[in-house]
Design a protein around this ligand. Structure first.
Ligand code: PEP
Ligand code: MN
Length: 337
């Protein structure tokens, strides 16, 4: 449940309420809005009596939270969360575009892609060093060497780096090089991994599982938040349906729905969402129009030679053209790009 403090409740009254909650064995989550303070109670709250809490000084209301996710819920925190990655703010008015190759394949490929996406106006660089491939015979990524190359690309371009972490034991090394830790769709319910990135002090980009509901995505985010890491960015990347013409079906509904249910920023991956480069521009425009806080787009200097996901990767010139189109859509919905 949440405790809504009275307008003008004193810091002492707020501290007392927090102390009471903690004294009863719960954790308190403070959300200090402009108007008033909201205190969330974390833990199995069944033994709590809301009528009693109403007698605590400074308390205005006690509201039960009926949703299974709490920290991620808008009821818990009405204001949008913004995630600041080396000065790039996700969840604010600017639509943030993250772009780069599916996988880091080598120095030349990565640097070429990084400079191209930077020139086109991207705010962050993506690139997988540890790749979750369906087949064990497919290119698995360059591992730590890939992380080093990403750090070099950041040095050259100034773009913060997003890269996937696949195993809890890899979190320290990936966090050493990356600015944002990506949890891939296949790992959305790897709870040990979610807890490990929850303990890290780096923003997390959490991708929706291939067959996961919106609620399951939010509960996965809850695992990370519960460990004390509040810098979580959600990503709609398409779900598996009966439609074989596209790799996945991008759930456009999920964008406004997530924005209603949670305060966390929501970005969209039109590359995995479609699996086809020539669908990526239209779906990107739709995502921005629907309220996405950002996009993560695969761009490769030579998609035909890519070691993974070439079919869905844009060439740099097409990406640059798309950025121009997106700028106009962003403006039309009251945002910048
Ligand atoms: C990726 O971003 O390259 C990737 C593997 O994405 P997903 O986990 O969404 O399939
Ligand atoms: Mn990919």
């Amino acid at each position: 449940m949440i405790i809504v403090m009275k307008h003008g409740a004193t810091p002492q009254q707020i501290a007392n309420v927090v102390a009471q909650i903690e004294g009863m064995g719960f954790r308190a989550h403070l959300s200090q809005g402009v108007e008033r303070t909201i205190i969330g109670i974390i833990g199995d709250e069944r033994p709590l009596n809301p009528d009693q809490i109403l007698f605590w000084e400074g308390v205005e209301r006690v509201v039960p939270i009926l949703r299974p996710f709490k920290l991620a819920s808008r009821d818990f925190q009405p204001e949008d969360t913004t995630v600041n990655v080396n000065g790039v703010v996700i969840g604010g008015t600017k639509v943030v575009v993250i772009a780069g190759p599916c996988a880091v394949e080598g120095r030349e490929q990565l640097l070429e892609a990084a400079h191209a996406v930077k020139a086109a106006g991207a705010s962050m660089l993506r690139g997988g060093a540890f790749k979750p491939r369906t087949s064990p015979y497919s290119f698995q990524g360059l591992g730590v060497e890939g992380l080093r190359l990403l750090a070099e690309a950041r040095e050259q371009t100034g773009l913060p780096v997003v890269t996937e972490v696949m195993a809890p034991e890899h979190v320290p090394i990936v966090a050493e090089y990356a600015d944002v830790l990506q949890i891939g769709a296949r790992n959305m319910q790897n709870f040990a991994l979610l807890e490990a990135v929850g303990k890290a002090r780096k923003p997390v980009l959490l991708k929706r599982g291939l067959m996961s509901t919106v609620e399951e995505l939010l509960l996965a985010a809850e695992y990370i938040l519960l460990q004390g890491n509040h810098q979580v960015i959600l990503c709609e990347r398409g779900i598996r349906t009966f439609e074989p013409y596209t790799r996945n079906t991008l759930d456009i509904n999920a964008i406004p729905l997530l924005k209603q249910l949670t305060h966390l920023p929501v970005i969209v991956d039109p590359s995995h969402g479609t699996g086809r480069w020539n669908l990526v521009p239209a779906v990107s425009r739709a995502a921005v129009a629907a309220g996405a806080d950002g996009l993560i787009i695969e761009v490769h200097p030579r998609p035909e030679a890519a070691l993974s996901d070439g079919a869905q990767s844009l060439k740099p010139d097409r990406f640059a053209a798309l950025m121009e189109e997106l700028r106009r859509v962003a403006e039309a919905v009251g945002r910048t790009l």
